[in-house]
Design a protein around this ligand. Structure first.
Ligand code: SF4
Length: 255
């Protein structure tokens, strides 16, 4: 069954009316262990993991360890794996260490072209090693993050991974996310958020932000006009319409 984005319109209309945990349940009922959560151990991602674990859904959680992450982020991953026992946290790694890459190619993150290559090598390529293992990847992107995220659809296509992307939090506002975290004291929260990091990536490319700045102002602050790493298809401005082929057994759930 080949799917285009237009084929997903009726499904998006249906899922748009559901709560995030209902979308998570639909994903589990449709794909089971052929679906995985994606989390970079920022607050929305760990809240998504909490919601799945609380609902008894035994997803794998894919975490890309770029080798350049803060110790707090790695500790968050470890704490989440320890406390969310229904989930299986899987760390994906780049082929080379940061030191090896820098020896071979220099500090790529210092220029726009180098950043694109570095993010591909250290983020996208490790995720792509999981290609073929999953038919749905579930992320925590929200429309009210603005920018490219304002067009997030609950269900979308990831042509490179040959899978659906599912965004149960597409309609969730920042205030609703705050309320969920406040209401559930056992959501594992990356301590960097308390230090002024509103979004979190690699050490070299993430800083805290001031109150008067956008949430993403701390990402690639040293580079002009870089807002995303490209690991999420939503963030890429692809001119071409993607198409993904999935097993026919999913047809009743997807049409
Ligand atoms: S965020 Fe920076 S250090 Fe991390 S992969 Fe991208 S360019 Fe490299």
């Amino acid at each position: 069954m080949e799917l285009t984005r237009r084929d997903l319109d009726p499904l998006n209309e249906r899922l748009d009316a559901l709560t995030p945990d209902a979308v998570l349940r639909w994903t589990w009922e449709t794909f089971g262990r052929r679906a995985a959560l994606l989390s970079s151990m920022q607050r929305a991602g760990t809240a998504l993991c909490h919601m799945a674990d609380r609902a008894g859904l035994g997803f794998d959680v894919l975490f890309v360890d770029t080798g350049a992450l803060h110790p707090e982020t790695l500790a968050t991953r470890d704490e989440l794996a320890r406390t969310h026992r229904r989930l299986s946290v899987i760390s994906l790694h780049p082929a080379r260490t940061v030191a090896e890459q820098t020896r071979d190619e220099g500090p790529l993150w210092l220029t726009p072209d180098g950043q694109a290559r570095c993010c591909e090598l250290r983020k996208s390529d490790p995720l792509h090693t999981a290609r073929g293992r999953y038919d749905a990847l579930v992320g925590s992107l929200r429309r009210d993050e603005g920018g490219a995220r304002s067009r997030v659809r609950v269900v979308d296509l990831d042509e490179v991974m040959g899978a659906l992307r599912v965004h149960p939090f597409a309609n969730l506002t920042a205030a609703q996310l705050d309320a969920y975290v406040r209401a559930h004291g056992d959501v594992v929260v990356n301590p960097l958020h308390a230090y002024g990091y509103r979004t979190i990536g690699c050490v070299h490319c993430t800083t805290p932000v001031r109150d008067d700045e956008d949430d993403r102002a701390g990402r690639w602050r040293h580079l002009k006009d870089v807002a995303y790493c490209g690991i999420n298809p939503t963030d890429r401005a692809d001119a071409r319409e993607p198409a993904v082929t999935l097993d026919d057994r999913y047809a009743p759930a997807l049409r």
